[in-house]
Design a protein around this ligand. Structure first.
Ligand code: NAD
Ligand code: UDP
Length: 314
């Protein structure tokens, strides 16, 4: 199999590249490095089954020879990134998804869209099931990401219905692990870096808002199983163990050995109060469930961030 992955130099994209190569595939990665880094793929420099192309997927892209699968992961993904890149985020969710679908159609390839729990917005149904339509503010700062992904899902289903394209949609819930950019502003990376530097962890709002954190190894396994399944409707992939941000700070403080007291900062606008996936569909149809708890996952992730912090110490 020959697989095209957009956003290949990003956090999730680079782990997917590794996984498809390990499974014996050839992989073509496309990235414009707006939030990703060549460092994430440095270990593949001499890998003959991997090609990396620098390209903005919001512009048309042609790939030869034939690809059998297209996984569209390109998009700024952290609230800090998509707030700083609002138009690029809307373009890659809209034009980028259209271009990626066009490639899949031309090659008769299976297409998988990286969607998000943000399609549920600030949810009124908890935990979130795939049949919940969400509660999104289209004109708020998060709207650029949420609506781009909602449009991307609609476009994916339109290609499925109008062109009989073989499509998959994964709704990814907060995922963490090695290769996250230390400055991308997400809570797990912020807290680990702050903990390792002995700086105060920044808790936004009261810290009573909840998230459900999935380790990248579990997430990649879920995505690959979905890609290999026959399920067209969206599937939540995430860890249903729900934590407050205060709980997370306690865990990261303990695991990093930090003794610095946290500080409280204003809650960003439209920050969802709760988030937790209902994963019945993934369990039933993919035989998937997460296996790595938050404490273990944080422990596995710390050495990567320690390396980053040490490199930037001087
Ligand atoms: P990331 O920022 O690390 O990776 C995104 C990659 O896409 C980067 O390498 C970036 O340079 C690239 N990119 C962005 N715009 C591009 C464009 N126009 N053309 C080519 N490349 C482009 O983020 P991530 O966490 O790895 O997220 C990957 C995907 O998964 C995104 O689509 C994101 O919305 C989705 N997702 C991630 C999470 C999570 O918790 N990590 C949660 C929900 C959804
Ligand atoms: N958050 C926080 N401190 C930080 C970064 C984030 O308290 O330094 C909070 C944020 O307000 C949100 C949660 O942690 O409630 C998760 O934020 P993140 O940016 O990781 O992802 P989101 O789930 O909001 O997309």
């Amino acid at each position: 199999m020959r697989i095209l992955i957009t956003g290949a130099a990003g956090f999730l994209g680079s782990h997917l590249v590794d996984r498809f190569l390990a499974d014996g595939c050839e992989v073509v990665g496309v990235d414009n490095f707006v939030t990703g880094s060549r460092d994430n793929l440095e270990h593949l420099e001499r890998e003959p089954r991997f090609d990396l192309v620098e390209h903005d997927i919001s512009r048309p892209f042609f790939v030869e020879p034939k690809v059998d699968g297209v996984l569209h992961f390109a998009s700024p993904a952290s609230p800090v990134d998509y707030t700083a890149l609002p138009i690029q985020t809307l373009k890659v969710g809209g034009l980028g998804t259209h271009n990626a679908l066009g490639i899949a159609l031309r090659h008769g390839a299976r297409f998988l869209l990286a969607s998000t729990s943000e399609v549920y917005g600030d949810p009124r149904v908890h935990p979130q099931t795939e049949d919940y339509w969400g509660n999104v503010n289209p004109v708020g700062p998060r709207g650029v990401y949420d609506e781009a992904k909602r449009y991307a899902e609609a476009m994916t289903m339109a290609y499925h219905r109008a062109h009989s394209l073989d499509t998959r949609i994964v709704r990814i819930f907060n995922t963490y692990g090695a290769r996250m950019r230390p400055a991308d502003g997400r809570v797990v990376s912020n807290f680990i870096v702050q903990g390792l530097r002995g700086e105060a962890m920044t808790i936004y709002g009261t810290g009573e808002q909840t998230r459900s954190f999935c380790h990248v190894d579990d997430q990649v396994e879920g995505i690959v199983r979905l890609f290999q399944s026959e399920r067209v409707d969206p599937v939540n992939i995430g860890n249903p163990d729900e934590f407050t941000i205060l709980d997370l700070a306690v865990i990261v403080r303990r695991e990093t050995g930090s003794t610095t007291a946290p500080v409280f900062r204003p809650l960003p606008p439209d920050d969802p109060a709760v988030r937790c996936p209902d994963i019945s569909a993934a369990r039933r149809e993919l035989g998937w469930r997460p296996t790595i708890g938050l404490r273990e996952g944080v422990r596995k992730t710390i050495p990567y961030f320690r390396g980053v912090v040490d490199r930037h110490a001087d």
